[in-house]
Structure formats: structure tokens, C-alpha cells
Design a protein around this ligand. Sequence first.
Ligand SMILES: [Zn+2]
Length: 178
Amino acid sequence: MSYAQTMPRFLCDAMLGSLARWLRFFGADCSYMGPEYPDSVLARVARSEGRWLLTRDNELAAAGPRSLYIRNQGVEAQLQEVFSRMDLRPEPTLACARCSHCNGELRDVPPDEAVPLVPPYVARTATRFRQCKSCERIYWPGTHSAGIIRRMENVITRLDSCRPGDRGAEATRGRSAI
Ligand SMILES: [Zn+2]
């Protein structure tokens, strides 16, 4: 079963904007609804779109069966919490399938379409481009800084080392990269 089939869809509440963005770095389909939306709307949208509602609001979390009250505050700890409580194993090779800004799907675009839309140094060096189907933002290898990639690797490494009963955990522990 592939990652795309097993990773559920999410909806983050107004307190979890960073988590939404980081779940998209991991390729998850994750909507975000800001403070202008009342709880009843969040619950309804999550239900109608088949999304897990991720929230920092205890009452909202209790309102539906497919909701998760997020206990942690830092985004790395929140990612680990979501992945471990839902028993998900993110795969970095499939990351970046989603636009981190708007959650749109990315599609491959030929260089001649993308080059006029990117900074000159990127146009000179990148050979593969993807574009968000919704906001039309262009992505290329290296779009995400080394810092982001390192934090993603940290989350996965810690997830592996914290998973009890996983025979692979011992082998993974102490490894510096994925
Ligand atoms: Zn977008």
C-alpha cells in the first residue's frame, strides 16, 4: 500500500497553521481554516470532506469521532504526535506533493514554462519544476531549504526511535540521516 493511500486527509484549526504547512511538506493533503471560521463550520467541513480535524481546542476535539486534540506546542513535536498517534510512517521521497502555502496539488511543468517565472539563478541551475495547480507557485529541487529538510529528517528519526515494538527501531537509532 502506498503512502498516498494510507496518509489521511487533515483539517487544521486556526491554532495550527504551522502544523498544516509542515504536514504539506510531508505530502499530506491538509486544509487550514483561520479564526474567522466558527467551530461548527470546521466540524462540518471536516466531516463532509472526510478529513481528520486537528485542533488545540478540547471541546472541538470532543465534538467528532475523527478529531485529534493536539497536546504539544512546537511544530516538530506536533508532527511526531500526529504521526505516532495515528500510526503513520511518513516517507520523505514522496514529500512535497502539495503546495505548502495553499495545499494545492503540484504538477510537473516543462522548463520553458517555468523559467520565466523563477529567479534567474534558479532558471540557470534547476532542470525540473513543479507548479501548484491552485496558486501557480513554482517549486524546484532546493525550494525547501536544508533547514526544512533537516527538521523533516529529525521528525522521522525520532518517530522511528520512539516506536515501541518496531524491530527496525534499534537499527535506526543513532543513525544521523534517513
Ligand atoms: Zn499553491
